[in-house]
Design a protein around this ligand. Structure first.
Ligand code: SF4
Length: 207
């Protein structure tokens, strides 16, 4: 790796290659590689899967797609991000429920942590839901509205989100290595102090 102005995504195959040379068992056992939206490139995903058998997972690069506004969406819906986050006119996030084969992505009414359905008491209900509706708003978004998303691995799905939650802990560790434990914070100079700091660092890493 160099400090040059190369795009983040260009380092992936090279890094995996080096990793594979040093730790082939780890590379072989790995199933997913979690990255940020800079790696959202179908060709790169294909190459990583073909060469290493690893699924490269990341959010859709928002630069490639715009958030859709209400005029492009079903009644009562205010916005749809490129990652499939759908918000209604009450500015609440619709609850992603899964795919309806050959039709689209299916969303149910917004819910709080106790699974309470917000539509029941929403002042906009009469404009948003049919008058016979007792379950709250349900919407299907056609696959074509979210062309950058893989229908087999949509980022709104709970399993995708559960996986991506692991990324911040890795980033926290990188921050610690780069900043908190950087040598500019060494209060004492000299080789032995520097080595002591490295030993301490290696003791901390597994924590
Ligand atoms: S009725 Fe439900 S979906 Fe419609 S705006 Fe109100 S909370 Fe949102």
């Amino acid at each position: 790796m160099t400090d040059g102005a190369s795009h983040d995504s260009t380092s992936i195959v090279e890094s995996l290659d080096i990793h594979n040379k040093h730790f082939p068992k780890v590379t072989k056992a790995a199933k997913n590689l979690l990255d940020d939206s800079a790696a959202d490139d179908p060709t790169l995903k294909r190459v990583v899967e073909n060469l290493f058998g690893i699924k490269l997972r990341c959010h859709v690069n928002p630069r490639r797609r715009k958030t859709l506004k209400e005029e492009e969406l079903p009644k009562g819906m205010a916005s749809l991000t490129p990652n499939g986050t759908l918000r209604c006119d009450a500015d609440l996030e619709m609850d992603y429920r899964g795919k309806r084969q050959a039709v689209g992505y299916y969303y149910g009414p917004p819910r709080d942590e106790q699974n309470h359905n917000f539509c029941e008491s929403c002042p906009l209900k009469s404009q948003c839901c049919h008058k016979t509706n007792t379950d709250g708003r349900h919407v299907i978004i056609p696959f074509a509205k979210l062309p950058n998303i893989s229908t087999d691995d949509p980022p709104m799905a709970k399993r995708f989100q559960k996986l991506m939650k692991k990324r911040p802990s890795v980033e926290r560790m990188i921050y610690r290595l780069k900043c908190t434990l950087g040598d500019r914070y060494l209060s004492k100079r000299g080789n032995s102090n520097y080595q002591a700091s490295l030993v301490a660092l290696h003791l901390i890493i597994p924590l």
